[in-house]
Design a protein around this ligand. Structure first.
Ligand code: LLP
Length: 420
Protein backbone atom coordinates (compact mmCIF):
# COMPACT_ATOMS: atom_id res chain seq x y z
CA UNK A 1 0.00 0.00 0.00
CA UNK A 2 1.32 3.40 -0.93
CA UNK A 3 2.06 5.71 1.97
CA UNK A 4 3.63 9.09 2.59
CA UNK A 5 5.30 9.33 5.99
CA UNK A 6 3.03 6.66 7.42
CA UNK A 7 -0.28 7.87 5.97
CA UNK A 8 -2.01 5.98 3.15
CA UNK A 9 -2.14 7.97 -0.06
CA UNK A 10 -5.76 6.90 -0.67
CA UNK A 11 -6.73 8.11 2.77
CA UNK A 12 -5.16 11.51 2.09
CA UNK A 13 -7.05 11.78 -1.18
CA UNK A 14 -10.32 10.79 0.49
CA UNK A 15 -9.90 13.10 3.46
CA UNK A 16 -8.62 16.23 1.69
CA UNK A 17 -9.71 15.73 -1.92
CA UNK A 18 -7.60 16.06 -5.06
CA UNK A 19 -5.57 17.62 -6.55
CA UNK A 20 -3.64 17.77 -3.32
CA UNK A 21 -0.11 18.88 -2.52
CA UNK A 22 1.33 16.58 0.14
CA UNK A 23 4.60 17.34 1.91
CA UNK A 24 6.53 14.80 3.93
CA UNK A 25 7.39 17.07 6.85
CA UNK A 26 10.15 14.76 8.11
CA UNK A 27 11.88 14.99 4.74
CA UNK A 28 11.87 18.80 4.88
CA UNK A 29 13.12 18.73 8.46
CA UNK A 30 15.88 16.38 7.39
CA UNK A 31 16.96 18.72 4.59
CA UNK A 32 16.93 21.76 6.87
CA UNK A 33 18.99 19.84 9.42
CA UNK A 34 21.43 18.58 6.79
CA UNK A 35 21.97 22.08 5.44
CA UNK A 36 22.48 23.63 8.86
CA UNK A 37 24.80 20.78 9.97
CA UNK A 38 26.82 20.73 6.75
CA UNK A 39 27.20 24.43 6.19
CA UNK A 40 29.64 24.91 9.06
CA UNK A 41 33.19 26.16 9.09
CA UNK A 42 35.75 26.54 11.87
CA UNK A 43 36.99 29.76 10.38
CA UNK A 44 34.01 31.51 8.87
CA UNK A 45 30.63 32.36 10.29
CA UNK A 46 27.89 30.76 8.16
CA UNK A 47 24.18 31.20 7.58
CA UNK A 48 21.59 29.17 5.66
CA UNK A 49 18.69 31.18 4.30
CA UNK A 50 15.59 29.44 2.93
CA UNK A 51 14.53 30.92 -0.41
CA UNK A 52 10.82 30.98 0.24
CA UNK A 53 9.85 31.57 -3.41
CA UNK A 54 10.16 27.78 -3.76
CA UNK A 55 7.25 27.34 -1.33
CA UNK A 56 6.06 30.11 0.92
CA UNK A 57 3.34 29.65 3.49
CA UNK A 58 3.04 30.21 7.23
CA UNK A 59 3.59 26.56 8.18
CA UNK A 60 6.74 26.36 6.07
CA UNK A 61 8.13 29.58 7.51
CA UNK A 62 7.51 28.27 11.04
CA UNK A 63 9.43 25.14 10.14
CA UNK A 64 12.36 27.16 8.84
CA UNK A 65 12.33 29.21 12.04
CA UNK A 66 12.76 26.06 14.13
CA UNK A 67 16.08 25.37 12.42
CA UNK A 68 17.44 28.86 12.97
CA UNK A 69 17.69 29.63 9.25
CA UNK A 70 17.19 33.01 7.62
CA UNK A 71 14.39 33.69 5.15
CA UNK A 72 14.61 35.09 1.62
CA UNK A 73 11.49 36.93 0.44
CA UNK A 74 11.01 38.66 -2.89
CA UNK A 75 7.71 40.45 -2.66
CA UNK A 76 5.26 42.17 -0.37
CA UNK A 77 3.19 38.97 -0.38
CA UNK A 78 6.03 36.71 0.72
CA UNK A 79 7.07 39.30 3.29
CA UNK A 80 3.53 39.78 4.61
CA UNK A 81 3.20 36.01 5.11
CA UNK A 82 6.46 35.91 7.07
CA UNK A 83 5.46 38.91 9.20
CA UNK A 84 2.27 37.04 10.13
CA UNK A 85 4.34 34.29 11.77
CA UNK A 86 6.75 34.35 14.72
CA UNK A 87 9.70 34.54 12.36
CA UNK A 88 12.22 37.15 13.53
CA UNK A 89 12.17 39.86 10.82
CA UNK A 90 15.81 40.66 11.57
CA UNK A 91 16.59 37.34 9.85
CA UNK A 92 14.68 38.21 6.68
CA UNK A 93 16.56 39.04 3.47
CA UNK A 94 14.51 41.09 1.04
CA UNK A 95 15.37 40.35 -2.60
CA UNK A 96 13.95 41.38 -5.95
CA UNK A 97 14.83 43.59 -8.91
CA UNK A 98 11.83 45.88 -8.62
CA UNK A 99 10.79 46.26 -5.01
CA UNK A 100 8.11 48.93 -5.06
CA UNK A 101 8.28 51.96 -2.76
CA UNK A 102 5.35 50.49 -0.83
CA UNK A 103 7.16 47.16 -0.39
CA UNK A 104 10.29 48.97 0.78
CA UNK A 105 8.21 50.90 3.31
CA UNK A 106 6.55 47.71 4.49
CA UNK A 107 9.93 46.03 4.96
CA UNK A 108 11.36 48.99 6.89
CA UNK A 109 8.29 49.19 9.11
CA UNK A 110 8.34 45.43 9.58
CA UNK A 111 11.95 45.44 10.79
CA UNK A 112 13.42 43.41 7.93
CA UNK A 113 17.10 42.85 8.68
CA UNK A 114 18.66 42.97 5.24
CA UNK A 115 17.85 44.43 1.83
CA UNK A 116 19.57 42.83 -1.13
CA UNK A 117 19.84 45.83 -3.43
CA UNK A 118 19.51 44.97 -7.09
CA UNK A 119 20.14 48.27 -8.90
CA UNK A 120 20.98 51.96 -8.51
CA UNK A 121 17.41 53.18 -8.54
CA UNK A 122 16.44 50.83 -5.77
CA UNK A 123 19.36 52.12 -3.69
CA UNK A 124 18.09 55.68 -4.23
CA UNK A 125 14.58 54.68 -3.15
CA UNK A 126 15.90 53.07 0.03
CA UNK A 127 17.94 56.19 0.81
CA UNK A 128 14.83 58.29 0.33
CA UNK A 129 12.81 56.20 2.75
CA UNK A 130 15.33 55.17 5.38
CA UNK A 131 15.08 57.93 8.04
CA UNK A 132 16.46 56.65 11.37
CA UNK A 133 16.00 52.91 10.97
CA UNK A 134 19.23 50.92 10.91
CA UNK A 135 19.39 48.36 8.14
CA UNK A 136 21.87 46.05 6.51
CA UNK A 137 22.40 45.85 2.79
CA UNK A 138 23.93 43.41 0.33
CA UNK A 139 24.58 44.44 -3.25
CA UNK A 140 23.48 41.88 -5.80
CA UNK A 141 26.24 41.28 -8.30
CA UNK A 142 25.88 39.60 -11.63
CA UNK A 143 29.13 37.64 -11.83
CA UNK A 144 28.60 36.51 -15.43
CA UNK A 145 28.72 32.82 -14.61
CA UNK A 146 26.19 30.63 -16.32
CA UNK A 147 25.31 27.46 -14.53
CA UNK A 148 24.21 24.65 -16.82
CA UNK A 149 20.48 24.66 -16.43
CA UNK A 150 17.51 25.51 -18.58
CA UNK A 151 18.01 28.97 -20.08
CA UNK A 152 14.88 30.43 -18.46
CA UNK A 153 16.29 29.88 -15.02
CA UNK A 154 19.81 31.04 -15.60
CA UNK A 155 19.99 34.50 -14.09
CA UNK A 156 23.59 35.58 -14.34
CA UNK A 157 24.25 36.28 -18.04
CA UNK A 158 25.48 39.77 -19.02
CA UNK A 159 22.06 41.09 -20.02
CA UNK A 160 20.33 39.72 -16.96
CA UNK A 161 17.68 41.88 -15.38
CA UNK A 162 19.17 40.97 -12.00
CA UNK A 163 21.96 42.71 -10.18
CA UNK A 164 24.86 45.03 -10.92
CA UNK A 165 27.08 43.78 -13.70
CA UNK A 166 30.68 43.23 -12.67
CA UNK A 167 31.56 45.32 -15.72
CA UNK A 168 30.18 48.39 -13.91
CA UNK A 169 32.50 48.50 -10.93
CA UNK A 170 32.27 52.28 -10.68
CA UNK A 171 28.51 52.15 -10.35
CA UNK A 172 28.80 49.51 -7.64
CA UNK A 173 31.35 51.40 -5.56
CA UNK A 174 29.50 54.69 -6.01
CA UNK A 175 26.20 53.07 -4.92
CA UNK A 176 27.87 51.47 -1.90
CA UNK A 177 29.39 54.80 -0.87
CA UNK A 178 26.09 56.64 -1.13
CA UNK A 179 24.39 53.99 0.99
CA UNK A 180 27.16 54.01 3.61
CA UNK A 181 27.05 57.79 3.79
CA UNK A 182 23.50 57.62 5.14
CA UNK A 183 24.95 56.47 8.46
CA UNK A 184 22.04 54.11 9.05
CA UNK A 185 22.50 51.76 6.07
CA UNK A 186 25.35 49.32 6.47
CA UNK A 187 26.68 47.71 3.31
CA UNK A 188 27.61 44.32 4.72
CA UNK A 189 28.28 42.27 1.66
CA UNK A 190 27.78 41.14 -1.89
CA UNK A 191 25.33 38.62 -3.23
CA UNK A 192 25.04 36.52 -6.37
CA UNK A 193 22.72 33.78 -7.60
CA UNK A 194 23.87 31.96 -10.71
CA UNK A 195 20.95 29.74 -11.58
CA UNK A 196 18.82 26.90 -10.36
CA UNK A 197 18.97 23.10 -10.44
CA UNK A 198 22.78 23.17 -10.68
CA UNK A 199 24.53 19.81 -10.77
CA UNK A 200 28.05 21.07 -11.31
CA UNK A 201 30.03 21.83 -8.16
CA UNK A 202 32.60 23.65 -10.26
CA UNK A 203 30.09 26.44 -10.94
CA UNK A 204 30.14 27.25 -7.21
CA UNK A 205 33.93 27.07 -7.06
CA UNK A 206 34.13 29.64 -9.88
CA UNK A 207 31.53 31.76 -8.15
CA UNK A 208 33.36 31.72 -4.82
CA UNK A 209 36.62 32.75 -6.50
CA UNK A 210 34.99 35.61 -8.39
CA UNK A 211 33.12 36.85 -5.35
CA UNK A 212 36.20 36.85 -3.12
CA UNK A 213 38.26 38.62 -5.77
CA UNK A 214 35.57 41.27 -6.09
CA UNK A 215 35.10 41.60 -2.33
CA UNK A 216 38.84 42.22 -2.09
CA UNK A 217 38.66 44.92 -4.79
CA UNK A 218 35.82 46.61 -2.93
CA UNK A 219 37.73 46.50 0.36
CA UNK A 220 40.77 48.02 -1.38
CA UNK A 221 38.50 50.78 -2.65
CA UNK A 222 37.35 51.49 0.89
CA UNK A 223 34.03 49.68 0.64
CA UNK A 224 34.52 47.27 3.56
CA UNK A 225 32.25 44.34 2.70
CA UNK A 226 32.69 41.34 5.00
CA UNK A 227 29.92 38.95 3.96
CA UNK A 228 29.35 36.93 0.79
CA UNK A 229 25.99 35.45 -0.13
CA UNK A 230 26.29 32.79 -2.83
CA UNK A 231 22.57 32.39 -3.57
CA UNK A 232 20.82 29.06 -4.09
CA UNK A 233 20.53 26.68 -7.02
CA UNK A 234 21.32 23.33 -5.41
CA UNK A 235 19.82 20.49 -7.42
CA UNK A 236 17.00 18.09 -6.59
CA UNK A 237 16.18 14.64 -7.90
CA UNK A 238 13.16 14.55 -10.22
CA UNK A 239 13.90 11.61 -12.53
CA UNK A 240 16.73 9.17 -13.23
CA UNK A 241 18.24 11.82 -15.55
CA UNK A 242 19.09 14.00 -12.55
CA UNK A 243 22.30 13.69 -10.57
CA UNK A 244 22.20 16.28 -7.80
CA UNK A 245 25.36 16.68 -5.75
CA UNK A 246 24.66 15.58 -2.16
CA UNK A 247 24.12 18.56 0.15
CA UNK A 248 27.07 17.67 2.43
CA UNK A 249 29.39 17.48 -0.57
CA UNK A 250 28.40 20.78 -2.14
CA UNK A 251 28.53 22.56 1.23
CA UNK A 252 31.95 21.11 1.89
CA UNK A 253 33.26 22.21 -1.53
CA UNK A 254 31.88 25.71 -1.12
CA UNK A 255 33.21 26.24 2.38
CA UNK A 256 36.66 24.79 1.76
CA UNK A 257 37.00 27.03 -1.31
CA UNK A 258 35.81 30.01 0.75
CA UNK A 259 38.33 29.27 3.48
CA UNK A 260 41.17 29.05 0.93
CA UNK A 261 40.10 32.21 -0.85
CA UNK A 262 39.71 34.10 2.39
CA UNK A 263 43.21 33.21 3.41
CA UNK A 264 44.55 34.31 0.01
CA UNK A 265 42.67 37.59 0.24
CA UNK A 266 43.77 38.63 3.70
CA UNK A 267 40.83 37.34 5.72
CA UNK A 268 38.48 40.15 4.72
CA UNK A 269 35.35 38.00 4.88
CA UNK A 270 33.72 36.91 8.12
CA UNK A 271 30.42 35.36 7.01
CA UNK A 272 29.26 33.17 4.11
CA UNK A 273 25.58 32.70 3.30
CA UNK A 274 23.68 30.37 0.99
CA UNK A 275 20.03 30.47 -0.06
CA UNK A 276 18.66 27.04 -0.94
CA UNK A 277 15.02 26.90 -1.98
CA UNK A 278 14.28 23.93 -4.22
CA UNK A 279 16.68 21.52 -2.50
CA UNK A 280 14.84 21.92 0.80
CA UNK A 281 11.29 21.31 -0.40
CA UNK A 282 11.24 19.72 -3.87
CA UNK A 283 11.66 16.05 -3.03
CA UNK A 284 9.46 16.26 0.06
CA UNK A 285 6.43 17.23 -2.02
CA UNK A 286 4.08 15.12 -4.15
CA UNK A 287 0.87 15.98 -5.91
CA UNK A 288 -2.08 13.59 -5.72
CA UNK A 289 -4.53 13.57 -8.62
CA UNK A 290 -7.63 11.53 -9.32
CA UNK A 291 -7.61 9.91 -12.72
CA UNK A 292 -10.63 10.89 -14.80
CA UNK A 293 -11.02 9.80 -18.39
CA UNK A 294 -8.58 7.79 -20.44
CA UNK A 295 -8.14 8.28 -24.16
CA UNK A 296 -6.32 6.30 -26.79
CA UNK A 297 -5.05 8.01 -29.94
CA UNK A 298 -3.02 6.34 -32.73
CA UNK A 299 0.23 7.02 -30.86
CA UNK A 300 -0.69 7.73 -27.27
CA UNK A 301 -2.45 6.42 -24.22
CA UNK A 302 -3.67 9.48 -22.37
CA UNK A 303 -4.43 9.61 -18.65
CA UNK A 304 -6.40 12.73 -17.77
CA UNK A 305 -6.05 14.07 -14.23
CA UNK A 306 -8.08 16.59 -12.25
CA UNK A 307 -5.34 19.27 -12.16
CA UNK A 308 -2.51 20.13 -14.52
CA UNK A 309 -0.57 23.22 -15.55
CA UNK A 310 -2.57 25.29 -13.08
CA UNK A 311 -0.97 23.46 -10.15
CA UNK A 312 2.32 22.62 -11.89
CA UNK A 313 3.44 24.94 -14.68
CA UNK A 314 6.98 23.56 -14.77
CA UNK A 315 6.55 20.92 -17.52
CA UNK A 316 4.91 23.49 -19.82
CA UNK A 317 7.31 26.31 -18.95
CA UNK A 318 10.64 24.52 -18.65
CA UNK A 319 9.97 21.09 -20.19
CA UNK A 320 10.59 19.82 -16.67
CA UNK A 321 10.39 16.05 -16.25
CA UNK A 322 8.59 14.24 -13.43
CA UNK A 323 8.19 10.71 -12.17
CA UNK A 324 4.86 9.31 -10.94
CA UNK A 325 3.16 6.18 -9.65
CA UNK A 326 -0.35 4.86 -9.26
CA UNK A 327 -1.22 4.58 -5.56
CA UNK A 328 -1.48 1.02 -4.22
CA UNK A 329 -0.47 -0.44 -7.58
CA UNK A 330 3.26 0.24 -7.48
CA UNK A 331 4.16 -3.44 -7.76
CA UNK A 332 1.91 -4.27 -10.71
CA UNK A 333 3.55 -4.95 -14.06
CA UNK A 334 3.86 -2.15 -16.58
CA UNK A 335 0.97 -2.04 -19.04
CA UNK A 336 2.17 0.69 -21.38
CA UNK A 337 3.75 4.15 -21.65
CA UNK A 338 1.14 6.73 -20.74
CA UNK A 339 0.96 10.46 -21.37
CA UNK A 340 -0.35 12.27 -18.28
CA UNK A 341 -2.39 15.32 -19.29
CA UNK A 342 -4.15 17.93 -17.19
CA UNK A 343 -7.62 19.37 -17.59
CA UNK A 344 -6.65 22.86 -18.79
CA UNK A 345 -7.63 24.19 -22.20
CA UNK A 346 -4.14 24.20 -23.63
CA UNK A 347 -2.47 21.47 -25.69
CA UNK A 348 0.72 22.10 -23.74
CA UNK A 349 -0.99 21.02 -20.53
CA UNK A 350 0.97 17.78 -20.34
CA UNK A 351 2.41 16.89 -16.94
CA UNK A 352 4.38 13.85 -18.12
CA UNK A 353 5.04 13.18 -21.79
CA UNK A 354 5.70 9.46 -21.40
CA UNK A 355 5.79 7.21 -18.36
CA UNK A 356 5.49 3.45 -18.00
CA UNK A 357 2.63 2.58 -15.61
CA UNK A 358 0.42 -0.41 -14.80
CA UNK A 359 -2.99 -0.35 -16.42
CA UNK A 360 -4.59 2.87 -15.20
CA UNK A 361 -8.31 3.12 -14.40
CA UNK A 362 -10.68 5.96 -13.73
CA UNK A 363 -10.67 6.71 -10.00
CA UNK A 364 -7.04 5.69 -9.50
CA UNK A 365 -4.88 8.11 -7.53
CA UNK A 366 -1.87 9.20 -9.53
CA UNK A 367 0.99 10.56 -7.45
CA UNK A 368 3.42 12.91 -9.20
CA UNK A 369 6.65 13.06 -7.22
CA UNK A 370 9.07 15.93 -6.43
CA UNK A 371 6.50 18.71 -6.81
CA UNK A 372 7.43 20.48 -3.57
CA UNK A 373 9.33 23.38 -5.14
CA UNK A 374 7.82 25.95 -7.48
CA UNK A 375 4.57 23.98 -7.72
CA UNK A 376 2.20 25.66 -5.31
CA UNK A 377 4.20 28.88 -5.54
CA UNK A 378 3.73 29.08 -9.31
CA UNK A 379 0.14 27.87 -9.37
CA UNK A 380 -2.41 29.87 -11.32
CA UNK A 381 -6.15 30.16 -11.62
CA UNK A 382 -6.10 29.32 -15.32
CA UNK A 383 -9.51 28.06 -16.37
CA UNK A 384 -10.58 29.19 -12.93
CA UNK A 385 -9.36 26.08 -11.22
CA UNK A 386 -9.14 26.72 -7.47
CA UNK A 387 -5.78 26.29 -5.70
CA UNK A 388 -5.49 22.79 -4.22
CA UNK A 389 -5.07 22.24 -0.49
CA UNK A 390 -1.64 21.62 1.04
CA UNK A 391 -1.10 18.95 3.67
CA UNK A 392 1.98 18.20 5.81
CA UNK A 393 2.39 14.58 6.83
CA UNK A 394 4.61 13.33 9.63
CA UNK A 395 4.78 10.11 11.67
CA UNK A 396 1.46 8.82 10.45
CA UNK A 397 -0.42 12.10 10.95
CA UNK A 398 -1.62 14.62 8.38
CA UNK A 399 -2.36 18.29 9.02
CA UNK A 400 -3.82 20.68 6.51
CA UNK A 401 -1.59 23.76 6.27
CA UNK A 402 -3.44 25.50 3.43
CA UNK A 403 -7.12 24.92 2.80
CA UNK A 404 -8.43 24.12 -0.64
CA UNK A 405 -9.77 27.23 -2.28
CA UNK A 406 -13.49 27.25 -2.87
CA UNK A 407 -15.35 28.84 -5.77
CA UNK A 408 -16.58 31.39 -3.22
CA UNK A 409 -12.97 32.33 -2.32
CA UNK A 410 -12.15 32.69 -5.97
CA UNK A 411 -15.01 35.02 -6.74
CA UNK A 412 -15.11 36.89 -3.42
CA UNK A 413 -13.42 40.01 -4.79
CA UNK A 414 -15.46 40.22 -7.97
CA UNK A 415 -17.91 43.11 -8.12
CA UNK A 416 -21.31 42.86 -9.65
CA UNK A 417 -23.78 45.57 -10.69
CA UNK A 418 -26.93 45.47 -8.60
CA UNK A 419 -29.62 43.73 -10.60
CA UNK A 420 -32.83 45.74 -10.76
N1 LLP B 1 18.28 33.15 -4.18
C1 LLP B 1 17.90 33.90 -5.23
C2 LLP B 1 18.31 35.30 -5.29
C3 LLP B 1 17.10 33.36 -6.22
O1 LLP B 1 16.73 34.11 -7.24
C4 LLP B 1 16.68 32.01 -6.13
C5 LLP B 1 15.83 31.42 -7.15
C6 LLP B 1 17.11 31.26 -5.02
C7 LLP B 1 17.91 31.86 -4.06
C8 LLP B 1 16.70 29.82 -4.80
O2 LLP B 1 17.13 28.99 -5.82
P1 LLP B 1 16.89 27.40 -5.71
O3 LLP B 1 17.75 26.90 -4.57
O4 LLP B 1 15.46 27.17 -5.45
O5 LLP B 1 17.32 26.87 -7.03
N2 LLP B 1 10.81 28.78 -11.12
C9 LLP B 1 12.04 28.08 -11.46
C10 LLP B 1 13.15 28.39 -10.51
C11 LLP B 1 13.44 29.87 -10.43
C12 LLP B 1 14.48 30.18 -9.40
C13 LLP B 1 14.55 31.64 -9.18
N3 LLP B 1 15.44 32.05 -8.18
C14 LLP B 1 11.73 26.59 -11.49
O6 LLP B 1 10.59 26.20 -11.24
O7 LLP B 1 12.61 25.79 -11.82
Amino acid sequence: MSEISGVRVRELAEQFGTPLYVYDESAMRKQLQTFTDSFQSNVLDTRVIYASKAFNCKAMIELVREYGCGLDVVSGGELYTALKTDFNPAHIYFHGNNKTPTEIRMALDGGVGTFVIDNEMEAAELLKQIKNTETDVFLRINPGIEAHTHQYIVTAHVDSKFGFSLLEKDVITETARKLQASGTIHVRGIHAHIGSQIFDKQAYVELVRKMFAFAKELNDLNVPVSEINLGGGFGAYYTAEDHPVPVQEVCETILRTCEEENEKNGGIIRRILIEPGRSIVAEAGSTLYTVGYLKKTPNKHYVFVDGGMSDNIRPALYQAKYDAYVADRENEPVFTDYTVAGKCCESGDILIESIPLPEVHTGDILVVKTTGAYGYSMASHYNKLPFPAVVFVKDGKAREVIERESYEHMTALEKQEERS
